[in-house]
Design a binder for this molecule. Structure first.
Ligand code: HGY
Ligand code: MN
Ligand code: MN
Ligand code: MN
Length: 424
């Protein structure tokens, strides 16, 4: 496809950057190295402020907002044939607790920038285009991630996570109902493909969150797919005891058993090819007092691999490995997230490649190590993603950075991809 020069020119680097910096004020934090980051949990007042900001920018160019039963937010740009299935483009607005200014939110702001460029360049599209901001992609406040996109895609029933609690004991269902009530002025739409009809396509622009594009001096990642992910919660139940009097031989020490379990899991997850990702990063100990032997430990497992067979084989062995290693505590292992590896559709990866080439950008095909809402859209419709470089490959860290120019190149490719898909 040839580049639509007026469309590409209508994408504004400055406007997109200004909007990202405005969003970065909502939950602004400072990282250990002084970098500006964000902590904007899903279903928080900060999240709602960000959503109102986005809606304001969208309504200013005639977009129509709506939300569904999971709080997924949509902004609709009408097509010349309104009855056709829309093209969806977006990402998420919630962040990690020590997050960066670009993960997720850039994909939503870029979708707005692309639609605004179409609008200003007077490029009419047959199909409607809907910008989407998915609820709780990160799973930082409420585990697991991707609740909004999983419910929208019918991957899980919408009430699956009602009883999941955050660090303060607030239930996801209650936080969601509070948000829906506070956003009652926004029109409500049915959950999932409207009138049971899947979108025509889904495109997500996202920072790479890894080192490849920067290392190879490239502008655009033509994302070919996403590796598989599995999340587990492990709960060990021992017995609190006096650190000074309880003989070690009679203790039921949950921390010591956690160490045994993680050591055994490191053996299970050994991988000389360094492709496998195994992470324990959230640990809760009770009573969490230096002179009381730990009674309970809850820790999370995040396990990822691009090969579905390895994901199944190693993931299914986790519980037995833990039970074999633990000596004195009760064990409960719960799987909380299971996303299979996905391949993106050639209609979308091809459109991304054509747009990058037409705009003279250096691009390569590559898989995503991070999971994304796009993972759950694959069974519904042709799906794909566009990556831009991340400085030093850093993400889930306030030091996360992509430049205004890099982000503008990504938005220009997105605009051209949307123009092509919305004519299809
Ligand atoms: O964890 C992930 O892969 C995503 O960035 N939330
Ligand atoms: Mn993300
Ligand atoms: Mn993330
Ligand atoms: Mn994502």
């Amino acid at each position: 496809s040839t580049v639509a020069p007026n469309l590409v020119a209508a994408v504004s680097e400055q406007r997109q950057w200004n909007r990202l910096m405005a969003m970065a004020q909502l939950g602004a934090i400072t990282g250990a190295d002084g970098s500006p980051g964000v902590n904007r949990p899903c279903l928080s007042a900060l999240d709602r402020e960000a959503r109102r900001l986005l809606i304001g920018w969208g309504e200013a160019i005639g977009l129509k907002p709506s939300t569904d039963a999971l709080g997924n937010l949509f902004l609709r740009h009408e097509g010349t044939e309104p009855g056709l299935a829309p093209v969806l483009a977006g990402s998420h607005m919630d962040s990690q607790p020590a997050g960066g200014r670009f993960d997720g939110i850039w994909g939503v702001v870029a979708a707005l920038e692309a639609v605004q460029a179409l609008h200003e360049a007077k490029v009419a599209t047959r199909r409607p285009i809907e910008i989407v901001a998915w609820t709780n992609e990160e799973g930082g406040r409420f585990a697991p991630g991707c609740m909004g996109s999983m419910a929208y895609a019918g991957h899980r029933p919408p009430d699956t996570w009602d009883a999941v609690t955050d660090g303060e004991g607030i239930r996801f269902g209650d936080a969601l109902r509070e948000q829906l009530a506070l956003e009652a002025d926004i029109p409500r739409r049915s959950l999932g493909a409207v009138e049971g009809r899947a979108p025509h396509a889904y495109v997500e622009a996202h920072i790479e969150q890894g080192p490849i594009l920067e290392a190879e001096g490239l502008d655009i990642g033509i994302v070919t797919g996403i590796q598989g992910s599995r999340w587990f919660l492990v709960e060990l139940a021992g017995e609190s005891a006096h650190a000074g009097t309880a003989p070690v031989s009679t203790r039921r020490d949950a921390v010591q058993d956690m160490v045994r379990a993680i050591t055994a899991l490191n053996g299970l997850m050994a991988d000389p090819t360094d492709v496998l990702r195994f992470t324990v990063a959230r640990i809760e100990v009770a009573p969490n007092s230096s002179n009381s032997v730990a009674e309970t430990v809850r820790f999370t497992i995040d396990f990822r691999h691009p090969d579905a067979a390895v994901l199944t084989e190693r993931g299914d062995a986790i519980e037995a490995t833990i039970r074999g290693a633990v000596r004195n505590c009760g064990v409960q292992v719960t799987e909380r997230f299971h996303a299979l590896p996905v391949e993106f559709a050639p209609e979308v990866t091809g459109a991304v490649a054509r747009a990058a080439a037409a705009q003279g950008l250096a691009a390569r095909r590559m898989p995503s190590g991070a999971f994304h809402d796009a993972q759950f859209m694959v069974p519904l419709c042709p799906t794909g993603m566009i990556f831009v470089p991340s400085r030093r490959g850093i993400s889930h860290n306030p030091a996360e950075y992509s430049s205004p120019e890099q982000l503008a190149r990504g938005a220009r490719v997105l605009a051209q991809v949307l123009a092509e898909l919305a004519e299809g």
